[in-house]
Every structure is written in structure tokens, then in C-alpha cells.
Design a protein. Structure first.
Length: 544
């Protein structure tokens, strides 16, 4: 079931909302059971047969967690380690079978030059998210950093519908105190108002912005996949359109998840914080898919780094750098790429970002030692632009179906297939240089390979507007800076001034006023009208 669909908005959400608070008046336990069952129905709407798989995974991990906790209490270290290993292997085996079987077998057959017919394995929706969520749970249990609650609360922890399909990745210790608080199953007018506003803003991003960029990006990447040699502007428009589509699509989902959770007085982790404003790739990954970055840092990167650090100590600077920075970073990001999907393009995406991070760390250390650009006003702008262009280049791998298609677009972005200009330029500027790098300049129009439904002026306008929104407007965390909308805010117990927008945008800071109520209502009405004209599209992160 899609957040941007009529059945969800007008049936599932109202029924779940009313049922939760009616039952919450009598018992928080009943409300938890109702919300957990509703979340299972939400998942079953996609494919009923995989509800059994999801429930089986939950029951298995809950049982493993109980046995691990008993081992911790009994100080049975060896038994605890064996149970933890069993839990990790079982979860990864489940994920591996559904997500990577065809990829690895197909790659092996391709290496041997043998034909391969993919097995009829359907990828369960959200399997990467609910598997990683439960892996973190059993690891935390083994470390003693959390304890398991009742089965009904654990069921809700895994299946809570706002985060079930596409995150954010949550931790047991973040959610259980909230589920245990009976006050969270009582109506809270402020949380409901904030939650509805955030949900509507996210829905507007999806319907009015993200999906429009998809209509531009999709035909360009399809053309690249078919082997067409794209021109310079075609390649850049395709890459920029997808970069903005992914930004607004993922931002929309992350905000809608937070807004929906607040309707039930539950706060999820902040998962998206204007990553295209980052001034380095290190900063980018602290803003993009923040819950995944935190997860990978805690459970993967840190253990890998510690392991390699022991091997690199006492050696030359070059070898030590390789062991403590290069190898752990590249290995971690290859895994991050593979987590996103079973395709060589995702591995390439992870590898490129791993190289970005290595260079970024080396440059940051050098810049600090040499005290470069400490008071420069231009450097932050150039750093932001360079980081953004690097992200655009890497996202081509993220979107392309094959490595060949990705290289086709990237080559064209650097002029490898030439430059095409409007036909009138040939007559207006007869002396125009007719070579572009090693390729000729032709006058077949800006998009000679594309037949867009929209005009060139519209495409240029929407790209400009998209970038103005990305770089010029505050994000939802800044708009709601007066209130606690995510789990990170729970520890602050006050205003985080760093998240405030510039004073110029202070009128955009949300308050419980008629102005915001009218604005949200009108925007919601416009969205509902727009949704009637097209079939709702899935969020891009649903495929992971």
C-alpha cells in the first residue's frame, strides 16, 4: 500500500488512527496489538503470502533474543556467542536467498559464458529494512544495551507501518520506551497537527516534484540502456533530473514517515537532512539516509576498522593508511552498495562513494595541517558544488540498469558523444566552433534522441526550480525547529539552534496558526485533485 494512494489516505489511515485511540482509552496493550495488526494488513496489501515470512522472521528473532538474554544473565558467554552467530547467519541467509541468489548465480554463469534463466524468486518488500532492524536488535541484546519487551511490542517494533517498507532503520532502545508509555496512546492535538502538516508537505514533494523529474529522467536512462549515444545536454539533464527525483522522492518518504508516526505520538529517527547542501562527502553521508549511515558505522565500519587497525599498527604510513582508512572504507561502501540492490551498478555506486570518502579524509587531514581556506567565503560554496557534482556522477550508477548504460551517460556528460544545439544557432552564429572536445558540434536540437511530452523551456524551468528548492528553502526539520519531531530531539529537550533556518525564512517556521491550517488544507486538496489524474507511483526506495 502506497502512502500516496487513495486507499491509504481515506481508508487505512483513518481506520487505524481511530482504532488506536479508541482502544488506547482502555488499554495501551490493546492499542499496541491493534497497531501491530494494522501494520501487518498494510504489508499484506502488497502480497499476502509474504506476511508469513515476515511473521516467521519476527518470531525467530524474538526467540533468539530471549535465549541470548538468558545466556547473558547466566554469564554463558560461549552459548551467547553461538546464538548470536546463529541469528546473524539465519537473517543474512534469508536476505541473501531472496535478494542475491539470482545475482550471484547469474554472475557466475556469465563469467563462464553460460546462459542463465533467472529463478522465479520474488523479492519481499522491505526485506532489507526489517532484516537489518532485527539484526541490530539481537546484537544489542547480546551487548546488554537493550532488553526485549513483550511480543506484541516487538511485533510493532518491526512492523510499524510508517518505517516498515523503506525505513528509517530503527533501534530497539529508541522505540520500546515510546511503546511502553501509555500516554502515547492518548490524543495529542499538537502532535496530530504537526504530523498532518509534515505528511502533507511530503506528499506534495512526491506528487508535484519527484514524479515530474521521473518523467524526464526515465526516457533518457532507457535510451542509454538501448545503446543510443546521448548528447551532452541529454546526459546532463538525465543525470540531474534523476538526482533531483531521488532527492525529493526519498525526502518525501522520510518526512511522510515522520509525520505519520507523530499522528500516533511516536518519533522516528531523522533520516534526511538536506544532503545536497553538504560541503564534503563525509558531510553528505551524515545527511543522506542518516539511519543507515549510523547503522553501518556502529555495526560494520567500526568493527572492520578496529580489526584492520591492529594489522596496520607499527608499519609504514602508506600501509597504515591502507589498513586504517582505505580498505575499511572501500569494503564498507561496497557492502552499502550491495545492500541497495543485487546489481553491479550498485557495487559500482558503493565503490565510487568509498573512493570519495577516502579522498575526502585525506584532503581534510591535509587541509587541517596546512591550515588552508580557514577564512575563505568562496571555499564553502565551491566545496558544496563539487560535492553535488560528485553525487550526480555517482547517482548515474545508482539509476542505470547496467554498467554499460551508466558509462554511456557519464561519457556523454564529459562530451564523449558531442554537443547538439538548436538548429537556429547554426544560422545565428555561423562562425561557431564546430568541435566540442574530440566530437563535433551538431545542430539537431538540444535533445535529438528524446521526444519529451514537455517543452525544453519547461524542462529547464523545473530543473532551475528544483535546485532553488534544494539550496534555497529550509527543510522540514528546520520548519519544525520549535518542536520535537524525531528521536534525536528527545535527548535535547529544547531547541536545537543549529537546525533553525536563516532569519529571512523565519515566517516559514511552523506554528499552530490558522495560516498554516489553511495552507495545509488547500495544499492537501490540490494534491488529492492531482492524484486523480494519474496512477500513484511507488517510492524509489521501495525496491531496496
Amino acid at each position: 500500500m502506497l502512502f500516496n494512494s487513495y486507499p491509504f489516505i481515506f481508508i487505512f489511515l483513518p481506520v487505524t488512527f481511530v482504532g488506536t485511540y479508541l482502544l488506547g482509552r482502555f488499554s495501551s496493550g490493546w492499542a499496541i496489538c491493534w497497531l501491530g495488526c494494522a501494520s501487518l494488513i498494510f504489508y499484506a496489501y502488497w502480497n499476502l503470502q509474504f506476511v508469513t515470512l515476515l511473521l516467521g522472521s519476527i518470531i525467530f528473532n524474538y526467540s533468539i533474543a530471549q535465549w541470548i538474554r538468558q545466556s547473558v544473565i547466566a554469564a554463558a558467554t560461549k552459548r551467547k556467542s553461538m546464538l548470536l552467530l546463529l541469528g546473524i547467519i539465519a537473517n543474512l541467509a534469508l536476505l541473501g536467498y531472496f535478494k542475491y541468489t539470482n545475482f550471484f548465480i547469474g554472475s557466475f554463469h556469465e563469467l563462464l559464458g553460460m546462459p542463465f534463466t533467472p529463478l522465479g524468486i520474488i523479492l519481499p518488500l522491505g526485506i532489507s529494512f526489517f532484516t537489518f532492524t532485527q539484526l541490530a536488535f539481537i546484537v544489542d541484546i547480546s551487548l546488554g544495551s537493550t532488553i526485549e519487551g513483550s511480543f506484541s511490542r516487538d511485533l510493532l517494533f518491526v512492523t510499524f507501518f510508517p518505517h516498515l517498507i523503506a525505513g528509517p532503520l530503527i533501534h530497539h532502545k529508541q522505540m520500546m520506551p515510546q511503546f511502553s508509555n501509555s500516554d502515547n496512546f492518548r490524543l495529542n492535538s499538537i502532535n496530530i497537527s504537526i504530523g498532518l502538516t509534515i505528511f502533507v508537505l511530503g506528499l506534495a514533494k512526491k506528487v508535484f516534484i519527484a514524479d515530474n523529474f521521473g518523467e524526464i529522467a526515465d526516457p533518457i536512462f532507457t535510451a542509454a540502456q538501448s545503446g543510443k549515444n546521448l548528447q551532452f545536454f541529454e546526459a546532463w539533464v538525465g543525470a540531474l533530473s534523476y538526482t533531483l527525483q531521488l532527492y525529493f522522492d526519498f525526502s518525501a518518504y522520510s518526512e511522510m514517515a515522520i509525520g505519520l508516526s507523530l499522528l500516533f505520538n511516536i518519533r522516528l529517527p531523522l533520516n534526511f537532512n538536506s544532503p545536497y547542501k553538504a560541503q564534503s562527502m563525509i558531510d553528505f553521508w551524515q545527511r543522506w539516509h542518516m539511519s543507515l549511515t549510523k547503522y553501518i558505522w556502529e555495526y560494520l565500519y567500526t568493527p572492520i576498522t578496529v580489526s584492520f587497525m591492529r594489522k596496520g599498527l607499527g608499519r609504514t604510513t602508506l600501509i597504515e593508511t591502507a589498513y586504517t582508512l582505505v580498505i575499511p572504507t572501500l569494503l564498507t561502501f561496497v557492502i552499502i552498495g550491495l545492500w541497495h540492490g543485487a546489481n553491479w551498478t550498485y557495487i559500482a555506486f558503493g565503490t565510487v562513494h568509498g573512493l570519495y570518502l577516502v579522498v575526502n579524509h585525506l584532503w581534510r587531514n591535509y587541509k587541517k595541517r596546512q591550515r588552508l581556506f580557514q577564512r575563505s567565503r568562496v571555499y564553502p560554496l565551491l566545496a558544496c558544488l563539487l560535492t553535488y557534482c560528485a553525487a550526480v556522477f555517482a547517482f548515474v550508477f545508482f539509476r542505470a540498469d547496467t554498467i554499460t548504460a551508466a558509462i554511456n551517460i557519464q561519457s556523454s556528460m564529459f562530451g564523449g558523444s558531442g554537443l547538439s544545439l538548436p538548429a537556429k544557432f547554426q544560422y545565428l552564429f555561423p562562425d561557431l566552433v564546430t568541435h566540442f572536445g574530440a566530437r563535433e558540434v551538431v545542430f539537431d536540437g538540444v535533445f535529438p534522441n528524446m521526444l519529451f511530452k514537455m517543452s525544453n523551456v519547461y524542462i529547464a524551468s523545473i530543473l532551475i526550480i528544483g535546485h532553488c528548492v534544494v539550496w534555497g528553502l529550509p527543510n522540514v526539520n528546520q520548519i519544525m525547529c520549535r518542536y520535537q519531531i524525531s528521536t534525536q530531539d528527545l535527548a535535547l529537550r529544547g531547541l536545537d539552534n543549529r537546525s533553525r533556518p536563516a532569519k529571512f525564512f523565519s515566517p516559514l517556521i511552523w506554528k499552530a496558526t490558522p495560516y498554516w491550517a489553511i495552507f495545509s488544507g488547500v495544499l492537501f486538496f490540490a494534491i488529492i485533485l492531482a492524484m486523480s489524474t494519474y496512477k500513484p507511483s511507488a517510492f524509489l526506495y521501495y525496491q531496496f
